[in-house]
Write a protein that binds this ligand. Structure first.
Ligand code: PLP
Length: 412
């Protein structure tokens, strides 16, 4: 399978075991416990020597199959699937941070990620040092011997800034710090994370992967590229075979203790989502590019945001990282918050809802929703403006979406 393209690999990754009835799609193993012939067999399975499933909070055939497909298509060393994108982020940091450690990150983050760093982890003595990721000198100055990771969103949501990951990776390598990136906004068919220097990817599979907002999910993708003896918490661990200290810690302790596992039903739905991912992604991304381009010159639009626009300061790095295909999210700024509300209320095809990359096109005003619990100071740090509207483009005909926006702009 190694020589095949992404879409072929993701569809044809084999089952862990042949199905008893020859089912071409893995049936859903909606069970908790697995039975063993004798005591030695169950003991060996618990020691992780046989790869057999024991209990569905620890592993399950559907979840493993989902993980194996992503592993085959992304070139990763290991993949761990969880119940949501936030579970992927929180489990990652519970595995590598320690009281007294720090994380160097962009403050331009999805709201719950920002809150996790600023509120949740801070209560356990983990500091987050916010830096401008466009400025390598700030990153270099913030890193010290207690830095457990650098973290960024590959394309920030909703600001649409693109971090120069290869350059940041080169800097982090000289400091012995892993690069952990939330790559939710561009999937593997358009972005080679390993080539860009990403050590660990966290992804909300709720978005593109789920195949049309079917379920929440998340994955942690470990490329096996970081030397975890450089992490004070993991350095003393024995090195297991064929798996990094990080993934070993995740699987043998963190994931089973926190219990935020992906269910077999979700894994089955998201496996199907993976199989149609590339065609959906390319269609949605092409429509978003067309809409962003079209409305960037509209007289009532103050500014349009999309990394593929010639006016974006991130166009060159976006072209380099995403083969000119930077995804299905774009933004516009209108003159005021009142105009934003009037405009959104006049849309009929775009649905007012919070999610990304559903098959249906969605629209939201981030400042009054996702960031509504933030103080004005936090909004300023997180770069959230009240004039910004975020679109997630679905699979409808581009002309219908264009007319919908055009008509709604007449309402202001
Ligand atoms: C960039 C990004 N990361 C993480 C998340 C969290 O994902 P989930 O809702 O699956 O927990 C989101 C959710 O919108 C997101 O946009």
């Amino acid at each position: 399978m190694n020589d095949y393209a992404f879409s072929t690999k993701i569809i044809h990754t084999g089952l862990q075991k042949p199905d008893a009835h020859g089912a071409l799609t893995l049936p859903v193993y909606r069970n908790v416990a697995f039975e063993f012939a004798d005591s030695e067999a169950i003991a060996a399975a618990f020691r992780g020597e046989t790869g057999e499933h024991t209990y569905s909070r620890i592993s399950n055939p559907n979840v493993t199959h989902f993980e194996q497909k992503i592993r085959a298509a992304s070139g990763a060393e290991s993949v761990v699937a969880l119940s949501s994108g936030m579970a992927a982020i929180t489990n990652t940091f519970f595995a590598i941070a320690w009281a007294g450690s720090n994380i160097v990150a962009s403050p331009h983050l999805f709201g719950n990620t920002f809150s996790f760093f600023k509120n949740t982890l801070a209560a356990f003595g983990v500091e987050t040092r916010f830096v401008d990721t466009d400025d390598p000198a700030q990153i270099a100055a913030a890193v010290d011997e207690n830095t457990c990771a650098f973290f960024a969103e590959m394309i920030t949501n909703p600001h649409l800034e693109v971090a120069d990951l290869p350059a940041i990776s080169n800097l982090l390598k000289t400091k012995g710090v892993p690069m952990i990136v939330d790559t939710t906004l561009v999937p593997w068919c358009a972005f080679d994370a390993k080539k860009a220097g990403v050590d660990i990817e966290v992804v909300s599979t709720t978005k593109y992967i789920s195949g049309g907002a079917t379920s929440t999910g998340g994955v942690i993708v470990d490329y096996g590229t970081f030397d975890w003896t450089k992490n004070k918490r993991l350095a003393a661990m024995a090195q297991p075979d064929g798996i990094s200290r990080f993934t070993h810690k995740l699987r043998s302790e963190i994931v089973r203790n926190l219990g935020a596992v992906m269910t077999p039903d979700t894994a089955a739905m998201q496996t199907l989502g993976l199989e149609t991912l590339q065609v959906r992604y390319e269609r949605m991304s092409a429509t978003a590019a067309e809409l962003a381009r079209h409305f960037s010159t509209h007289p009532k639009v103050v500014r349009a945001g999309y990394p593929g626009l010639d006016t974006s300061p991130y166009k060159a790095i976006s072209d380099e990282l995403f083969t000119g295909n930077p995804g299905a999210m774009f933004t516009i700024d209108l003159a005021s918050k009142a105009d934003c509300f009037r405009f959104m209320d006049a849309l009929t095809v775009f649905r007012r809802a919070t999610n990304l990359f559903d098959n249906k096109s969605l629209v939201i005003h981030p400042e009054s929703t996702i960031y509504c619990t933030f103080t004005p100071e936090m909004k300023q740090t997180a770069g959230i403006e009240e004039t910004l509207i975020r679109f997630s483009v679905g699979l409808e005909a581009v002309e219908d979406l264009k007319n919908d926006i055009e008509n709604a702009l007449k309402a202001i």
